[in-house]
Design a protein around this ligand. Structure first.
Ligand SMILES: CC(C)=CCC/C(C)=C/CC/C(C)=C/CC/C(C)=C/[C@@H]1[C@@H](COP(=O)(O)OP(=O)(O)O)[C@]1(C)CC/C=C(\C)CC/C=C(\C)CCC=C(C)C
Ligand SMILES: [Mn+2]
Length: 429
């Protein structure tokens, strides 16, 4: 597909932001996630279920999460919920894993079809090559300016992959800024619908501005699917209307939308090592886990900052079980109750990082270092929260430059560990 590199800046109406890199946009016109087999332990009876609607009745479900997405047992992190109609809604984990399966199937199919076809070189319109490289350079500048850690990671990548991640980063950042930036109060669901329509244009090779053009080009070069991008916009819709999370099931879905999607967007660019025996699903599941882990870490880092904006992402039922309430968070006092609560939250975030680790080794050799670096650096934020004695109310945990640099050789060493040779229960079909 040839990307027509035409873009215009027109008087701004809806969407602008602190970065100043939103061109004045009168954004064009208007848009929208089942799981692995799971042993549901009924009283005295085990039953395999897949997206099943459970009849009402005196059944108590003791969910043994055996999500086999990555071929290993995941901790029990979500629950089945019985709707008032007696039917059991499927858990967020189940919904999200269905997306993972679709993404994996899609990328397998696209990689297969690209093997079959001799890919014709793009017909490049005269003068557009320099415009396109200018567009990517601008994405790189934005990434360098607003996300030094991710930018550092991308410098360890091959040039084509680096540019693709920059383009994806910029779109993600612009999307996040719609609801998290200084102009967030002006954003409306309609504006998000228009942002989604603009995304669809990008995927059709009709970018709106130069930064869109970089992503348009990227999706012609890598088998990146539009769904994770649409799902991230759904996460922003959620942020617009939701400021509390009842339980981890709700929070898990939000983390998928805003961060798990980044993992799914990135895998086609990072590439899976040709010698990998792991299933594509398991690699995607690890990428999802890294996104979830990063977002949980981000939430734990930003408790005070988010509370001051009236947002509490921590699950309400878990706060209550720990003897805590919203008022304790607004009071910002580090008590033993808070320390115990935070220890459990950090433990869960680390479980997701551990899950992600199992997939990094399956990535292409050129991508393993940057992803290890990003994983180790973000996970270190959890160490810093502990070092701050769990005071994430007034202290923003961060990783010092020294520690960031110290992580790079560790990430480099780990990147030498490639795909496991042994056959695993979820090896490639
Ligand atoms: C080298 C590398 C890992 C690059 C990924 C870069 C990239 C595309 C990042 C996008 C980040 C972004 C701006 C997303 C928008 C929504 C958002 C803000 C998500 C939160 C990110 C943190 O942003 P920040 O620290 O700036 O937070 P504040 O806005 O300041 O609060 C998130 C926490 C999500 C980040 C999620 C990832 C980076 C997931 C990366 C996963 C992979 C690359 C998959 C790797 C593959 C396997 C198999 C593990
Ligand atoms: Mn944040």
């Amino acid at each position: 597909m040839t990307v027509a590199l035409l873009w215009v800046a027109i008087p701004s109406t809806e969407v602008s932001n602190s970065f100043g890199f939103f061109h004045s946009v009168r954004v064009l016109d208007s848009s929208k996630f089942g799981c692995v087999d799971r042993n549901l332990m009924f009283k005295g009876k085990a039953k395999k279920g897949r997206n099943q609607k459970w009849k009402s009745g005196s059944v108590s479900i003791d969910l043994r999460s055996t999500c086999i997405g990555s071929g290993r047992k995941l901790p029990i992190i979500s629950s089945m919920v019985a709707s008032h109609a007696g039917e059991i809604a499927i858990s967020s984990e189940e919904k999200v894993y269905n997306v993972v399966l679709k993404q994996a199937a899609l990328v397998k199919q696209q990689l297969k079809s690209s093997e079959d076809l001799d890919v014709k070189p793009d017909i490049v319109l005269p003068g557009t090559l320099s415009l396109l490289s200018e567009a990517y350079d601008r994405c790189g500048e934005v990434c360098a300016e607003y996300a030094k850690t991710f930018y550092l990671g991308t410098l360890l990548m091959t040039p084509e992959r680096r540019r693709a991640i920059w383009a994806i980063y910029v779109w993600c950042r612009r999307t996040d800024e719609l609801v998290d930036g200084p102009n967030a109060s002006h954003i409306t669901p309609t504006a998000l619908d228009r942002w989604e329509a603009r995304l669809e244009d990008m995927f059709r090779g009709r970018p709106f501005d130069m930064l869109d053009a970089a992503l348009s080009d990227t999706v012609t070069k890598f088998p990146v699917d539009i769904q994770p991008f649409k799902d991230m916009i759904e996460g922003m819709r959620m942020d617009l209307k939701k400021s509390r999370y009842k339980n981890f099931d709700e929070l898990y879905l939000y983390c998928y939308y805003v961060a798990g999607t980044v993992g799914l967007m990135s895998v086609p660019v990072m590439g899976i090592a040709p010698e990998s025996q792991a299933s594509t699903e398991s690699v995607y599941n690890a990428a999802l886990a890294l996104g979830i882990a990063n977002q949980l870490t981000n939430i734990l880092r930003d408790v005070g900052e988010d509370a001051r904006r009236g947002r509490i992402y921590l699950p309400q039922d878990e706060l209550a079980q720990a003897g805590l309430s919203d008022d304790d968070i607004f009071a910002g006092k580090v008590t033993d109750k808070w320390r115990n609560f935070m220890k459990n939250q950090i433990k869960r975030a680390r479980m997701f990082f551990n899950e992600a680790e199992k997939g990094v080794t399956e990535l292409s050799a050129a991508s393993r270092w940057p992803v290890w670096a990003s994983l180790l650096l973000y996970r270190r934020i959890l160490d810093e929260i502990e070092a701050n004695d769990y005071n994430n109310f007034t202290k923003r945990a961060y990783v010092s430059k020294t520690k960031k640099i110290a992580s790079l050789p560790i990430a480099y060493a780990r990147s030498f560990v490639g795909p496991s040779r042994m056959s695993s229960p979820v090896t490639k079909a």
